[in-house]
Design a protein around this ligand. Structure first.
Ligand SMILES: Nc1ncnc2c1ncn2[C@@H]1O[C@H](COP(=O)(O)OP(=O)(O)OP(=O)(O)O)[C@@H](O)[C@H]1O
Length: 442
């Protein structure tokens, strides 16, 4: 602690994000209590180079991370303005300060693992980063569910431009911040400087535009800025949590402008991509973990990438705090604490749900009378795995599938075995599903 600044040393950016995510409220309260409203928190990422040349690298707080965002939502300003460095600080605003305060350096294309889930968005982003304002991807709108990499990707565009086209004024701003700045500008009679400022930008990256929903005046202001930038061949990049057609509360004239460019989505990465993401993350942390643990994590966490990262950081933290190696049993213990719906063993319910999800049908249909081909296949596959992974009798399995006869189960198992002989894509599906169950029954 020096003066009114408390510096916390952490071994990597990962730890910094973890602390912010979990302890920022406690820290803020403590700092406020001890140092008053001027108290300031900084992190020093101390990279261990294996000798005494540790070079602390100071990261100001908050760095515009998700945790920083959450903090703002939860407690607007609790311990003085030092907790929030607004990029909209009119007198001192210039491209350099704005860039530094807004882009996370590690959000690069190199760190953004490519997969089927993001190929189009990634390559469009890359094209835009190389020729901002010139390609037909203007605006570029990237949408997708929570934690799938929207912010990472659009910041990668910003970082790429910042590194290669130094004269470009790149601005990344969350929609929430834009709205707050606009409201402040109205309150302080600063609307003109606000508009002028945004109209000077060469590349405007605006995150989470669903936040504009229902905010008519902000939308109108954004509409003017948008038109001005677009007419002047400036690049606009946006993200939202859903497709434009589902963006309720946004004016039609704004939505129709989004269609001028390219709209593309991010999906949940498939298994192989998740494995690659885990490997890259672990590599950047300088940690190596066994292959079976990587596979286990990739299989078990299929919700979003942020959750996957959360599990990884937990694992690293537990292993380092308790001075134990990362192995499958540690991974399973951690997962049980984190992932709520994890079951102790592979039961019929789990098999049914997994198969229904895999074949994209309703769970009830597995137990219903329907004889539609895709449902029959999913049902037979689920019966086949129930026989393989549970101790239920054929009769009991039949009972769990809408009161069917044991001979139906025998027939299902036979059909699956036959199909595997003749149909390669069916066989691949069975292998993939079996891995899921195996992972679970480890
Ligand atoms: N393809 C990927 N390769 C590497 N890391 C990824 C990838 N996709 C997402 N991530 C990581 O996952 C985390 C969550 O991503 P990000 O914050 O960009 O998600 P988001 O879609 O913006 O989420 P939200 O909807 O909550 O704003 C980040 O740490 C990001 O670096």
């Amino acid at each position: 602690m020096e003066g009114t600044t408390l510096t916390i040393q952490v071994p990597s950016q990962f730890f910094y994000e973890w602390i912010e995510e979990h302890y920022v409220d406690v820290l803020k309260l403590a700092i406020k209590t001890v140092m008053g409203a001027n108290g300031r928190l900084e992190y020093a990422v101390v990279v261990d180079r294996g000798n005494s040349q540790n070079q602390p690298y100071v990261v100001s707080f908050p760095q515009g991370t998700k945790a920083g965002k959450k903090l703002k939502e939860k407690q607007p300003v609790a311990a003085g303005d030092n907790f929030d460095h607004s990029p909209f600080d009119l007198p001192s605003l210039n491209a350099e300060t704005t860039l530094q305060s807004n882009l996370i350096e590690t959000h690069t294309f190199a760190n953004f693992i490519e997969g089927d889930c993001n190929r189009l968005a990634r390559s469009a982003g890359y094209a835009v980063a190389n020729k901002p304002g010139i390609t037909s991807f203007n605006p570029l709108l990237i949408y997708g569910g929570v934690g799938l990499g929207k912010t990472h990707l659009v910041q990668a565009i910003g970082n790429e431009i910042k590194n290669n086209l130094e004269d470009k004024f790149v601005l990344y701003v969350s929609s929430e911040k834009f709205v707050n700045q606009f409201l402040d500008a109205i309150k302080d009679g600063n609307v003109k400087p606000f508009t002028n400022f945004y109209m000077q930008v060469d590349v405007l990256i605006i995150d989470d535009i669903q936040f504009f929903a229902g905010k008519g005046r902000t939308q109108e202001m954004f509409f003017h800025i948008f038109n001005h930038l677009h007419q002047n061949k400036k690049q606009i990049v946006m993200t939202s949590d859903c497709a434009p057609k589902d963006l309720m509360g946004l004016e039609e004239r704004l939505l129709s402008r989004f269609k001028w460019g390219l709209t593309t989505d991010l999906q949940m990465p498939d298994f192989e991509t998740r494995v690659a993401i885990i490997k890259r993350k672990m590599q950047s942390e300088g940690i190596s973990i066994p292959e079976d643990v990587i596979e286990y994590l990739a299989y078990t966490v299929d919700t979003n990438v942020r959750e996957l990262e959360g599990v990884m950081i937990s694992l690293i933290a537990h292993a380092s705090l308790n001075r134990v190696d990362i192995d499958l049993s540690l991974a399973k213990t951690i997962m049980k604490n984190i992932v709520k719906d994890i079951e102790a063993e592979v039961g019929i319910d789990f098999i049914q749900k997994t198969c229904a999800d895999y074949y994209d049908i309703k769970l009830e249909d597995l137990k219903a009378k329907t004889r539609k081909k895709e449902i029959v296949t999913a049902r037979q596959v689920a019966m086949y795995f129930a026989k393989e992974f549970t101790n239920h009798s054929l009769k009991s399995i039949g009972y769990h599938f809408g009161g069917r006869d044991h001979s139906t189960v025998i027939h299902a198992v036979q059909t699956v075995n036959d199909l595997m002989e003749t149909d390669n894509s069916f066989k691949a599906a069975i292998i993939e599903l079996r891995k899921k169950f195996k992972m679970k029954s480890y």
